[in-house]
Design a protein around this ligand. Structure first.
Ligand code: GUN
Length: 291
């Protein structure tokens, strides 16, 4: 087994952002700024939002945090987005998902100004990416592309199977991989897919973003292939201080004696998501330069 840890990859991305940010500021621009909106108290979301804040501050970005109660009304959230859209001192806006069920997430995302949409979730950015135009690319798929590049894992002419078709990972991942330059042959599986194994065993790269631990094990993967594990699942574990441990969607330990490359959880592509958000925020600031 080859462990594709993402700490070094993510640090090298952050180092590059740090240098570009210093240059940007030395040219007389103010520091890039990110506004993060969290609605409710989902513990996993709170952790993600904290990591995003820490990364932003470590790079010298300005960071605005809006923590709203779970019973926030949709119209009040939309009003906050309008305000952030208008503000000159805000370059990037991120609304942490999932939102409470009482709020229409699509409506909220659609309200974010596309030039501040550092998650790349608005219909404008999704559409632009789909036709290969300049766009903000969703952070997790963008981080996976960077990881594949870092480890020299070729995508051109390769079979890539993606398990999961979410708007956050599966769909944008498929679009990026099929684009000119990436040139992969892409299969996207979902919960109704018949004989999942047939699709994974023929793949050179399997990207698993199903949201369930144990979705695949070594028997799903052919020799020499790579597995990118996007899952972050909390497994009850009283022996841990927090009462849980993290596990991916792949059964990592089952790969020990196999000729397979695999990203770990934690320490895998989750780190890349945060780094890419910082890259998108810097991009947003550069594009809005002078405002
Ligand atoms: N929830 C899970 N992943 C993400 C992400 O990349 N961005 C946002 N905003 N919410 C998420």
């Amino acid at each position: 087994m080859r462990r594709l840890g993402c700490k070094k990859v993510s640090e090298s991305v952050l180092e590059n952002i740090r240098k570009r940010t210093e240059l940007f500021i030395s040219e007389g621009n103010r520091a890039p700024s990110l506004a993060v909106v969290l609605v409710g108290e989902d513990p996993a979301s709170q952790t993600y939002v904290r990591k995003k804040a820490e990364a932003a501050l470590s790079l010298g970005f300005v960071h605005f945090q809006y923590s709203l109660s779970a019973d926030t009304e949709e119209k009040d959230l939309l009003h906050l987005i309008d305000e952030l859209n208008e503000r000159d001192d805000v370059d990037g806006i991120l609304v942490q998902l999932p939102l409470p069920r009482s709020i229409d997430a699509d409506k909220v995302i659609d309200r974010i100004a596309p030039e501040k949409d550092v998650d790349g979730f608005t219909p404008i950015n999704v559409g632009r990416m789909a036709i290969g135009k300049e766009a903000f690319i969703p952070c997790t798929p963008k981080g996976i592309m960077e990881t594949l590049r870092y480890y020299g894992i070729e995508t051109a002419g390769k079979n890539v199977t993606i398990i999961g078709r979410s708007n956050i990972v599966g769909k944008p991942m498929a679009l990026l991989l099929m684009q000119k330059g990436a040139d992969a042959t892409v299969t996207v599986c979902n919960t109704k897919t018949q004989n999942l194994k047939e699709h994974t065993l023929s793949a050179d790269i399997v990207i698993v973003a199903a949201g369930h631990p144990g979705t695949i094990d070594e028997s799903y993967i052919k020799d020499g292939a790579a597995v990118i594990d996007v899952g972050v699942n909390r497994i009850d574990d009283p022996s841990k201080e927090k009462g849980f441990r993290l596990a991916g969607d792949a059964d990592y330990d089952s790969f020990r004696d196999r000729d397979v490359s695999i990203t770990p959880v934690p320490g895998g592509v989750g780190l890349m998501t945060v780094s890419m958000l910082m890259e998108n925020t810097l991009e947003a600031a550069i594009r809005r330069r002078g405002r």
